[in-house]
Write a protein that binds this ligand. Sequence first.
Ligand SMILES: C[S@@+](CC[C@H](N)C(=O)[O-])C[C@H]1O[C@@H](n2cnc3c(N)ncnc32)[C@H](O)[C@@H]1O
Length: 287
Amino acid sequence: MKRQPLRLAIIEATRILERAGVASPRTDAELIASHVLGVERSRLPLVPLVDQPVVEAIGQLVHQRAKRVPLQHLTGWAPMGRITVDVGAGVFVPRPETELLLEWGLSVIEGREYPVVVDLCTGSGALALAVAHERPDAVVYAVDIDPQALAWARHNAEARAAAGDTAIRLYSGDIADGSMFAELDGLVDLVLCNPPYVPPSTEVPPEVADFDPPQAVFAQEGGLEVIRYAVAAGARLLKPTGGLAIEHDDTHGTVVPELIAARRVLTDVRCHPDLTGRPRFTTARRG
Ligand SMILES: C[S@@+](CC[C@H](N)C(=O)[O-])C[C@H]1O[C@@H](n2cnc3c(N)ncnc32)[C@H](O)[C@@H]1O
């Protein structure tokens, strides 16, 4: 059977994805090839020639990606910290910028033994599971309102526990409920929250509009409704010196720090940029 240069298949895939308006066509083309071949992206140059069935398999996935199906729905997974979680229909795909929230959170609990951590709006469970992976001694709670998201989180939690990570405590609930985790009031070292925060009128790319659940993306009150609940929960749950981190829209770099600072118990309020330099998450400490 005639073999073909992988390089040419990737060039062709990049061209198709570029025409389809995909934001990072070369990266996606390489990640699709890497997925099909089962080799890391950095090792693709070590694969000069591929069989026709491989070219066809790459072509099929590229065809779907060109229809703006998210890359992670095609590969079935997304990274968070040093783990990956499975994703697909009905759950929000974890984003690279949320890794910064994770890093900040891990720095807060560094040096603390048996830290208690709460992940509000857990979705696939990515943040909670990434914390549990890094800190086997942590007691990690996670909550989401959406049964479909929780099914993914449960699936991912079982997979991580089977891989040897400490089990997380997964709950179904609405973080608007002021009695959520009431038994933890004043006892928590770290509250993380990547809530829905996009203002409802915002135009979003097809990958988001057609595949992320709307209740995971958009929030009422101009994108601030669920953030308000998270701030209230953080102020209530944290122990003195505990840390709160909330991801938010890049247009909310002033209003979210103000919302947090309005809670007298929350101090040292700081807004942090994402990987593109836009204001993306705000942190605070319980004084
Ligand atoms: C942006 S997704 C984030 C998922 C995950 N934390 C991540 O970073 O990938 C927001 C999640 O919040 C959940 N959610 C929305 N409103 C909620 C509420 N009032 N209480 C609990 N969870 C909520 C959605 O179901 C969705 O899974």
